[in-house]
Each structure stands twice: as C-alpha cells, then as structure tokens.
Design a protein around this ligand. Structure first.
Ligand code: CP
Ligand code: NVA
Length: 331
C-alpha cells in the first residue's frame, strides 16, 4: 500500500516509518523541481494555515509562509506577543479555536507537551516548528541536502554532530539517521550527550536499518572519515544567558575547525541548521567576543565559508521540505 499522511500531525520523527520519511523526501524533491521550473503548484487553494511562534525564527517562519503561499493557501502569523495564547487562554482552548478556523497549525515553542496538546485538541494537522526536544522539519531539509550531495545514495554514510549533542537538533538527527540507515556520531563532552531514552529508542531502529550510533567525547574519533559534519549553536533558544561561560569552556574542543575537517572523507560536506555564530557580526556574537574573547564559536568562519559548506542549500531546502509536509498532511 502507498504512503498516505493525510490528516497526520508532524510532531517528531519517531512517529514516522522509514517509508513515510522517504516519501516526504521524494515529495520535497518533486516540489523543488516544480519551483525551479516555475511550474505552478497551487494544490491547496482555499485552505488556510496559522503559524504560532513563541520563539524567534527566520527560516522556519519564511519556509512555512512561502511554502503555504506557493500551495495557494492563506497564512496567518502569530508571534511571541499579540495573541491570547498562554496569557489569557490555555493551549487547549487556543487549539480548539484555531481548529475551527484553520486547516493546519504550525507551532514553535518551549515545550514539546504544548505541541502535542495542540495536536490532540485542535482536530487538524499540527506541525512542530521546533520545541525544547525536537526540530523535525529541520531534519528533512538536512537529509535532502545530504541526498543532493551524495547522489541520493545515503545509506551507510556517516554523519557526525559536533558540540551540544543533547539539544533538539542533535536528538532529531540521531532519529532520522537511524531511520534512514545513516551512521550517527554524537561528539561532545559527556554532559552534552543525547539523553539515554533517545539513544535507547534509536539503537534498535539503527540496527534494523543496518547503521550504527556512536557517542564519543573525542573530536578526532568523531570526525575521522565522516561524510557529513553538522553543528549547531552552543546555547539554544530558551536557555539562560548564564550558561554561555560553561558551554564555551565545555565545547571549544568541539568547534568545527579546518584542522578537524581535514580528518573527514574527501567528499565530505558541512551542514548547520543556522543561525550560526561563525563571526562577530551579530549582537550576541559581538557580546560574547567582548565577554569571553571568543570570535568564532561552534564553527570557524573559514569552514562556514568553505567549498564544503552547504548551509545555504540546506536553508533553501527548509522551504521545499516544509511545503512537502504541509501538502502531504493536508491533501
Ligand atoms: N534553522 C532554523 O530553524 O532557523 P530559524 O530559527 O531561523 O527558523
Ligand atoms: N538548537 C537551536 C536550533 C535553532 C534552529 C535552538 O533551539 O535554538
């Protein structure tokens, strides 16, 4: 039987089979081809979606907005302030109201339990645009980018996540790698390894799909022979400013440097979900440079700007993949 995701929510990748994830990736590629050739694809004309953001965003918001508009849908954006949600109105009541007006709901916020509740109570598909625990739409863009660079043959390749490997992005990467047969390495200090429950959930999935999961605190072991090198900010949204000092001390050995990149496979690529602190051209970057004397954090500017860096393709792919998720679940 073919894959049918109509009416489903997209809350975390553990809820999806390998076949369903591969279907979403293939659909993303098709939608990208349509966009590239200027072929209209207003398949969801007459539908409307609402985007709820408790945290800031550039890529995720724009990907949902452009993706929805390309599909012919109307879009409402509700930002961190301005709606009643959370202050005067519970998540449950918000879900029930929005479900009466919209065909789908995107949520970026602090708690995974909130996006789960929206899905349970709204009666329409809900898409997780990032929570404390997961960032599932990001993964589709990441893997599409990996596919594009390795001729759509990614099984048996090795992806290493360098740095804060307990965060939402690293956890999600471990799941999608396990589901798609890509070897996954989490490389960082032990305090920053992914939680045991996620590792235990992923191990049997990886075994079933013929790939491995490795946790290491040795940057040389992590990087040697890797096909894909991935990193993310050292302090995620929602974490207190006070953790910067500790993270800089813990994670500096795991910065993606040209020296470490030299250990990777000949045709390796560098990915980052973005935004990235690869220079001091941001207010936070400049502040960290002033306070700690660190001018590049999770990745050296030379790597970020190198031939191996595919971060802008990856950012573009957010749009094609998010469009695929909306189309697959709303059609
Ligand atoms: N990668 C990502 O989610 O970016 P934004 O925070 O800009 O949405
Ligand atoms: N781990 C980061 C990802 C940003 C896209 C955060 O949660 O802030």
């Amino acid at each position: 039987m073919g894959v049918n995701l109509s009416g489903r929510s997209f809350l975390k990748l553990l809820d999806f089979t390998t076949e369903e994830i591969e279907y979403l990736l293939a659909l993303s590629k098709n939608l990208k081809d349509l966009k590239r050739t200027g072929t209209p694809h207003r398949y969801l004309e007459g539908k409307n979606v609402v985007l709820l953001f408790q945290k800031d965003s550039t890529r995720t918001r724009c990907a949902f907005e452009v993706g929805a508009m390309d599909l012919g849908m109307g879009v409402t954006y509700l930002g961190p302030s301005g709606s009643q949600m959370g202050k005067k109105e519970s998540i449950e009541d918000t879900a029930r109201v929005l479900g009466r007006m919209y065909d789908g709901i995107e949520f970026r916020g602090f708690l995974q339990s909130d996006v789960e509740e929206l899905a349970a109570k709204s009666g329409v598909p809900v898409w997780n645009g990032l929570t404390d625990m997961w960032h599932p739409t990001q993964m589709l863009a990441d893997i599409l980018t990996v596919q594009e660079n390795f001729n759509y043959d990614i099984k048996g390749r090795t992806l290493v996540f360098m740095g804060d490997a307990k965060n939402n992005v690293a956890r999600s990467l471990m799941v999608i790698c396990a589901k798609l047969g890509v070897n996954f390495r989490a490389c960082g200090p032990r305090e920053c390894w992914p939680a045991d429950d996620v590792v235990e959930a992923c191990k049997p999935i990886a075994a079933q799909n013929g790939c491995t999961i490795l946790l290491t605190d040795d940057p040389v072991e992590g990087m040697t022979g890797a096909d894909v090198v991935y990193t993310d900010v050292w302090v995620s949204m929602g974490e207190p400013d006070e953790v910067w000092a500790e993270r800089i001390a813990q994670l500096t050995p795991y910065r993606v440097t040209e020296k470490l990149m030299a250990l990777t496979a000949e045709d390796s690529i560098f990915l980052h979900c973005l935004p990235s602190f690869h220079d001091t051209n941001t207010t936070i970057g400049a502040d960290i440079a002033k306070r700690f004397g660190v001018t590049e954090m999770e990745v050296e500017d030379a790597v970020f700007e190198s031939r191996k860096s595919k971060v802008m393709d990856e950012a573009e792919n957010r749009m094609h993949t998010i469009k695929a998720v909306m189309y697959a679940t709303l059609k």
